[in-house]
Design a protein around this ligand. Structure first.
Ligand SMILES: [Zn+2]
Length: 561
């Protein structure tokens, strides 16, 4: 007698990702989990199902993940003017003028994602309040840089916020002044926060919120994402609400798994093994997010020595070593996994000091080595600059590095000028990290970058910009293999949250999170990776997205087969 299953997939090129090149042609799903992978002959003689899917030679992979993004922030940007694709300052001004035309006087205009390094012409100087005053003097205008660490406002916005030449903004922020001692409209780090309080956020209105969340989730699912690790940044009002996702899940409207990281300490609910092993449980808490520095783009990443193109600054540390140590230790002792934003080389040194401190101090206070070994690894987000000595230090620590290969697309054009060739040479060394045995997971940091994992995968493998230059890739020795890069989106990502025994590879017993793509990622020319489209996405064996006859059609509900 044959065993009844829910679905049988046959005639596929099914890459299990258990090891490089491991490929089977059949896979069976029962109760949300994979029951069998192997040959079609055995599948057809051993199992039966009302649903047999002929993949007709198409490629199947484990569902893709994004190891670090700000999902609700991505939803929020849908309600602002997105300047991400603007190619000049003039284009920014034009777009915002159009917005001002249709906005009643006195109402806020909020724009996001501008990146002056992508502009032609005047691209080395940030705009100032004078530029924004040209748009309107009757609307307060606020625009945030793509890195989130810098904002520009017009004169009316400064006035509304009460920022004059004697404004006190507290530690960890900068209000830039022009020659006459007046604020010039450029604000950095903590100094941008007052505007998050002042500007009303339509994405917080429940009906609007639900609508934009559903649309963004459908988009993620159509790219093949089955898991996201989303990070709240309360300091920027980028909240994440567990209940929002839970509510969508209850209504069968959550097409992927969500792991939520908060930047405040919280009591993480204990999960039993049975709960962990339930493939239909989709929403869970991750750990505790900490910040050390800003970004290279806005020269706020903390470096050991000054920026090459601005010797007046070496970046900004948002907290002291002691503060970081104590916060991290406290989180670790509460059972939370620390996840720390770090971009500059000195910032990474701080983070490694803090991890070493946390491990040692908690041992002195009674935690055994064995207990520490059962804990999820420390996550270092970005880990963008690391000297050989730092690589050696990281190898001795239980860490996962959450990298953003797609940052290279733009950073490669200015990083040499910004930090000089010597330091650029020990930045973005993804293949070195990989070869040294460090575990990497990949994220887009969306809304900083597009949510598509394929653009990100291409960036890791090809290291080229949007025009596919340079031909051999930037720092070509750091290009990753397709397999190593894919591991960052699949099994490594789930290792980071201690879920790799349930997710990340296609093996018996694992959750049936699967995608079918339109070409074989291992066989196509590297530059075609960015053109990959997803044909079907399955979560726990249920189809959550299907592309039909070349027209992208999104299914709002988790239809069972
Ligand atoms: Zn981030």
């Amino acid at each position: 007698m044959k065993t009844k299953v829910d679905i049988v997939f046959v005639n596929g090129r099914i890459y299990t990702m258990v090891s490089e090149g491991d490929v089977v042609d059949a896979l069976c799903v029962k109760d949300g989990k994979i029951l069998y992978t192997g040959s079609k002959d055995i599948a057809m003689t051993t199992y039966e199902s009302e649903k047999v899917v002929d993949l007709e030679g198409r490629t199947m992979l484990p569902g893709m993940g994004d190891s670090h993004l700000h999902f609700f922030a991505y939803c929020q940007t849908q309600t602002t003017v997105d300047l991400g694709d603007c190619k000049s300052k003039e284009e920014v001004i034009e777009r915002l003028m159009k917005k001002a035309d249709g906005t009643p006087k006195g109402q806020w205009i909020k724009a996001t994602n501008f990146d002056e390094t992508k502009w032609t012409g005047d691209n080395h100087r940030l705009p100032t309040k004078e530029d924004l005053n040209r748009i309107s003097e009757d609307h307060p205008i606020f625009m945030k840089r793509v890195c989130l660490h810098t904002a520009i406002v017009n004169s009316l916005a400064l006035e509304v916020a009460g920022i004059g030449n004697d404004y006190v903004y507290g530690p960890g922020g900068v209000v830039e002044l022009s020659g006459d001692g007046e604020p010039n409209g450029v604000l950095r780090e903590q100094a941008t926060l007052i505007f998050d309080e002042l500007i009303p956020d339509p994405a917080k209105i429940p009906e609007i919120k639900e609508k934009i969340m559903k649309s963004a989730l459908a988009e993620a699912s159509s790219c093949g994402l089955t898991t996201i690790h989303t990070f709240a940044a309360d300091i920027w009002k980028y909240t994440e609400d567990f209940d929002d996702y839970l509510k969508l899940d209850r209504n069968q409207e959550l097409p992927l798994r969500v792991v939520i990281y908060l930047d405040t300490l919280f009591d993480k609910p204990y999960l039993t093994l049975k709960q962990m092993q339930d493939p239909f449980r989709k929403v869970s808490y991750g750990g505790y997010k900490l910040f050390t520095d800003g970004s290279l783009g806005s020269r706020s990443a903390k470096l050991f020595s000054p920026y090459t193109d601005d010797p007046k600054t070496d970046g900004i540390l948002v907290q002291t070593q002691n503060e970081l140590n104590e916060k991290m230790l406290r989180a670790y002792q509460m059972g939370l996994q620390p996840a720390i934003h770090s971009i500059g080389d000195q910032s990474l040194d701080f983070v490694l000091n803090a991890i070493e401190f946390t491990l040692e101090k908690s041992r002195q206070e009674g935690m055994t080595k064995e207990e520490q070994a059962t804990r999820d690894p420390f996550r270092i987000i970005h880990a963008q600059m690391a000297t050989d000595e730092m690589v050696e230090r990281m190898k001795k620590l239980p860490v996962v590095l959450d990298i953003q290969p797609i940052f290279l697309q733009t950073d490669m054009h200015w990083v040499g000028d910004r930090i000089g060739p010597e330091r650029a040479a020990y930045s973005y060394r993804w293949n070195t990290y990989q070869k040294e045995g460090l575990i990497l997971a990949a994220g887009t940091d969306s809304p900083v970058e597009s949510i598509s994992p394929w653009l990100n995968l291409h960036a890791a493998v090809a290291r080229k910009d949007k025009s596919l230059l340079p031909h051999d890739g930037f720092q070509p020795e750091e290009k990753m293999s397709v397999y190593d890069a894919l591991c960052m989106f699949t099994k490594n990502l789930h290792y980071a949250t201690g879920q790799d025994s349930f997710l990340g590879t296609l093996e018996k017993g694992k959750f049936a999170d699967l995608i079918v793509i339109d070409r074989d990622v291992f066989k196509i020319p590297v530059d075609e990776i960015r053109d990959i489209t997803v044909e079907e996405t399955y979560l726990a064996g249920r189809k959550v997205y299907k592309k039909k006859s070349g027209i992208v059609e999104r299914e709002g509900k988790n239809e069972s087969q």
